[in-house]
Design a protein around this ligand. Structure first.
Ligand code: PBG
Length: 326
């Protein structure tokens, strides 16, 4: 036999062959675009640490939704900047809160848009923690009721899906029960099941003004060193009724995405977070990397690791690039 018998290069000779054997693809159907909603009118403020990402007032949402749908991105996740904050984060479940208004506006002006909401208190508490405090501790069980009220208020405003990101124990079952008791049994829960206490959230905390005013989030978010614990977190959320399991951040946790994919049969989502986005943007601005190619390669790696769904600030840019590539 002639050496080498098998030549992998045979199938790399041209675009057609390469496309034919491509194992992983990106599609705008599987991307969710985060939106930051702020008070006021006619507001479109760029987040300084996230070039290309804007905080929008409610009246700007229709235009933004249209821009997303034009490139095939049909899902958004909403984060709110309330007018005022308090110790209990009461703005999170206010009937006329910023996210509730945003949901109503979107379901009104872009009814086809799949509107997902982030369920958490950190943008609404004056201390910036994801739950309410007893002393300096975030109290798990009193927070649960507030989270469930928040999720319910989102559903009542018309949200299509809720995504708890607080990392309190037992919140998925609390939210599921509350939604079911109020006839929202068809609203799915995308659980931030495996969320690490990560430094990659830095730019988001600028964007959403939700940095903790003291301490950090390590008593509720996961230790980046742990992988077996991620499986226990995911198991709990499956048992409590989650419909989608999310891993967050994405790129530094591709091993976790891959393990979740192997061990669970629910859809897996990954959040390519603010810091991951900002690093690519910054290096591209400096001319050190090709921003588009690094974006595409990064998002592909998240899919290849096993994520079905990607939450990413690149959703529109990536969808546009896919469109151009035909
Ligand atoms: C709210 C929340 C955060 C993010 C999503 N939901 C911030 C945090 O946990 O500190 C981060 C998203 C990002 O960095 O893009 N709890």
């Amino acid at each position: 036999m002639v050496f080498p018998e098998y030549r992998p290069r045979r199938m790399r000779q041209n675009d057609t062959l390469r496309a034919m054997i491509r194992e992983t693809r990106l599609s705008p159907d599987q991307m969710i675009y985060p939106l930051f909603v702020m008070p006021g009118k006619g507001k479109r403020e760029e987040v300084s640490s996230m070039p290309g990402v804007f905080r929008l007032s409610v009246d700007q949402l229709q235009k933004e939704a249209q821009a997303c749908m034009e490139v095939g991105v049909n899902s958004v996740i909403l984060f709110g900047l309330p007018e005022k904050k308090d110790a209990m984060g009461s703005g999170a479940h206010a009937k006329d809160g910023i996210v509730q208004r945003a949901i109503r506006e979107l379901k009104n002006s872009a009814p086809e848009m799949n509107v997902v909401t982030d369920v958490c208190l950190c943008e609404y508490t004056d201390h910036g923690h994801c739950g309410c405090l007893i002393g300096n501790e975030v109290d798990n069980d009193t927070t649960l009721e507030l989270l469930a009220r928040t999720a319910l208020s989102h559903a009542q405003a018309g949200a299509d899906m809720v995504a708890p990101s607080d990392m309190m124990d037992g919140r998925v079952s609390e939210i599921r029960t509350t939604l079911d008791e109020n006839n929202f049994h068809m609203v799915p829960i995308m659980s931030y099941a495996v969320k690490y206490a990560s430094a990659f959230y830095g730019p988001f905390r600028d964007a959403a003004d939700c940095a903790p005013q003291f301490g950090d989030r390590r008593s509720y978010q996961m230790d980046p060193a742990n992988s077996r614990e991620a499986m226990r977190e995911a198991t709990l959320d499956v048992d409590e009724g989650a419909d989608i399991l999310m891993v967050k951040p994405a790129v530094a946790y591709l091993d976790i995405i891959s393990r979740l994919r192997d061990e669970f049969d629910l859809p897996v989502a990954a959040y390519h977070v603010s810091g991951e986005y900002a690093m690519i943007k910054a290096a591209a601005e400096k001319g050190w990397i090709d921003g588009d190619r690094v974006m595409a390669e990064t998002l592909l790696s998240i899919r290849r690791a096993g994520a079905d769904i990607i939450l990413t600030y690149f959703a529109k840019d990536m969808a546009r690039l896919l469109q151009q590539q035909g």
